[in-house]
Design a protein around this ligand. Structure first.
Ligand code: SF4
Length: 382
């Protein structure tokens, strides 16, 4: 199983309950951003180009718990910034676990090995490690030579200590599909529970604007990667979302599916766009003009978006929306290896098409030096 049975059951019963209650708009995963500080400077990241006083700010554990209770999703993802730079992260995680939230703590894992002893293994806690492919690709994506080896040390240590470990991989234009498939093998060999893969979003603040994928190229890339799937691969994403990435299914965005809470409040409308903030989750749901967002809205900022945070909830909603959705999902999970000769041809004919990603700054590792780094106004990413 890609997730423990208890988690699958909790999520399925939560979604079915929303449907029985007739709720058309319900959140699936809360995105909790307790800080924007980071100890990396990724070229494709647009989350953390803030002035120093913002980068120093943090949510308190109490603010995190209040937001989680307000939103009341069964799952909480903690992206950032780098959550392990927050001095109270162990307390935040423990408090969410005590509330029976399935927590995905997203981390670049540079500090994971050193901070592992501050956490307790639990079926409710998974470290979601940012690994953007094989060593060379990851180091390039995160603009840090040696970053892959440190991250993998963290992965191995966490697996050995009995933690649930997943990976998240963001792909940009020019990604090598053969290498991504080898990366999947390597993550499974490392004892990772399951993997999530998504195209990057075209952040207008990201230093590298040239290498984000358009929709047609995204579908071609994901078709080549995710077809002819190996039985050993396990994915931490809705099968319907993955079919959407491969161009096998049309889904519309669910911008309220992964509501984001940060030091600014509830972000309107989604994890990726920042059209203001609401003081409460209720206000967020009531105040946003949802029709203005999603590909079908004609909003140019949504035109190329196929990102997990917008479409995972759409995939889950499709699964539980009809008997057909349930059957298609069951087939995808248990029987479908997505055999596709054209995808094999794409893999065999793949050639590098672009220059390297933009490289920025020289990142540092420790929490203290990360603060200094940001005070010097370097950009950073997760
Ligand atoms: S399409 Fe993407 S950017 Fe637009 S609302 Fe949905 S998730 Fe946000």
């Amino acid at each position: 199983m890609a997730v423990p049975v208890s988690q699958a059951w909790t999520v399925a019963s939560y979604v079915l309950k929303q449907k029985f209650m007739g709720r058309k708009k319900y959140p699936l995963v809360m995105m909790l951003e307790p800080l924007f500080r980071c100890n990396l400077a990724c070229a494709g990241c647009g989350k953390i180009q803030y002035p120093a006083h913002i980068l120093k700010a943090e949510l308190t554990p109490e603010e995190c718990f209040r937001a989680a209770e307000e939103c009341n999703t069964p799952m909480v993802a903690i992206p950032g910034g780098e959550p392990l730079l927050h001095p109270q992260m162990p307390e935040i995680v423990a408090g969410l676990v005590a509330r029976k939230k399935y927590v995905y703590m997203c981390t670049n894992a540079l500090l994971l090995k050193d901070k592992l002893h501050l956490f307790t293994p639990s079926k409710y806690l998974s470290f979601s490690v940012h690994v953007d492919g094989e060593r060379e690709h990851h180091d390039f994506g995160v603009c840090r030579e040696g970053g892959y080896d440190i991250a993998m040390e963290g992965v191995h240590a966490a697996v050995k200590a009995g933690f649930r470990v997943t990976t998240n991989t963001t792909l940009f234009d020019g990604a090598d599909p053969n290498s991504v498939r080898r990366h999947f093998d390597q993550m499974m060999d490392a004892g990772v529970e399951s993997m999530m893969v998504s195209p990057g979003y075209t952040y207008d603040k990201a230093p590298d604007q040239k290498h984000f994928l358009g929709r047609a190229r995204s579908r071609k890339l994901f078709r080549s990667i995710l077809s002819n799937r190996k039985k050993t691969w396990r994915f931490n994403a809705s099968p319907m979302f993955m079919e959407f990435l491969m161009g096998k299914k049309e889904l519309t965005c669910t911008p309220w599916g992964m509501p984001t809470f940060s030091i600014f409040g509830w972000q309107k409308p989604c994890y990726l766009l920042q059209d203001g903030y609401a003081d409460s989750f209720k206000q967020l749901m009531e105040e946003v003009e949802w029709a203005n967002y999603g590909t079908e809205s004609g909003n140019p900022r949504c035109a190329n978006c196929m990102v997990h945070s917008g479409y995972e909830a759409s995939g889950v909603n499709y699964t539980f929306g009809s008997f057909k959705g349930l059957m298609q999902t069951a087939k995808a999970i248990f029987f479908d290896s997505y055999k596709d000769d054209h995808a094999t041809k794409l893999l065999n004919e793949w050639k590098p098409t672009h220059n390297p990603l933009v490289q920025i700054g020289t990142p540092v590792v420790s929490a203290e030096s990360a603060t200094v780094n940001h005070e010097s106004n370097l950009v950073a990413g997760d």
